[in-house]
Design a protein around this ligand. Structure first.
Ligand code: MG
Ligand code: MG
Length: 263
């Protein structure tokens, strides 16, 4: 994909539907994630839920990726494989989900704490989610791609965290990964102009320690080079005049987690 595909209002509504199915799938994950469940069980649940709702898991077979979810544990940054690992108290679990519905893609990710996690991990999660919010706010007409990256990087580094640079956000539409690239670092006022009709996934990957990452021999998994934990939150958004239109939503996950905490 060499050029930006600008979306019509109708196409943006279709991407919203796909993104909401992703968000609801993450909400289903939120209901069951906890000590004692394996990550392959989460993968199975997501695949079933997506298909039951008329979608296709977007990651399954994408360039040969063998699962419906990317599940990245603790020091894994992104693209981890679900498997036999039984989640235990203190684990940090990044779940990335994509669907195809009516030919259009949606993409969103959320990082879950299993039971009580360390104060560092709590801060990492909070700051990474704030990085996402700050980046998303910049996705309005008149800003540039570098303004998003600057907002993310400035907030993460202010807290002493490392910003992953090898992997970036992206355009979303009829393809999972379209132009433009959306780095989590950058200079204010640099890069291409954001314009109406652009739909992008903004996805800060923030490390508790250094920014460096390691690519595994499995061809997919990315982990931190210093073995410290990493967090990842992602929204698919449409660039608008004045105020961004966030097409995915964390409300499903947040409501489930709130309910769980009250019990
Ligand atoms: Mg994703
Ligand atoms: Mg993405």
């Amino acid at each position: 994909m060499s050029k930006i595909n600008y979306k019509s209002v109708e196409e943006i509504e279709l991407i919203r539907e796909s993104s909401l199915l992703v968000s609801k799938t993450l909400g289903e994950i939120a209901k069951v994630i906890g000590p004692g469940i394996t990550t392959i069980e989460l993968n199975k649940l997501a695949e079933t839920y997506i298909r039951d709702n008329g979608g296709v898991p977007a990651f399954l077979n994408y360039h040969g990726f063998p699962y419906s979810l990317c599940i990245s544990l603790n020091d894994q940054v992104v693209h981890g494989f679900p498997g036999k690992h039984v989640l235990v108290e203190g684990d940090l679990v990044s779940v990335d989900c994509g669907v195809i519905l009516n030919k259009y893609y949606g993409d969103s990710a959320f990082t879950f704490a299993i039971g009580e996690v360390s104060d560092t991990v709590k801060t990492l999660m909070r700051v990474t989610r704030e990085c996402l919010d700050l980046g998303v706010e910049k996705a309005v007409v008149g800003m540039r791609i570098g303004d998003i990256g600057y907002a993310v990087q400035e907030h993460a580094e202010k807290h002493g965290f490392g910003v992953v640079k090898e992997l970036v956000g992206h355009g979303v539409g009829l393809h999972l990964h379209e132009k433009p690239e959306v780095p989590n670092y950058g200079k204010r006022g640099s890069g291409i102009k954001l314009e109406e009709g652009m739909v992008i996934a903004i996805e800060p990957m923030i490390n508790a320690g250094r920014a460096g990452v390691k690519f595994w021999d499995d061809g997919w998994t990315v982990s931190t080079s210093d073995k410290k934990p990493s967090a990842h939150y992602e929204h698919t958004v449409a660039v608008k005049k004045g105020k961004v239109d966030i097409l995915s939503s964390f409300s499903y996950v947040d409501n489930v987690l709130k309910e769980k905490n009250n019990n």
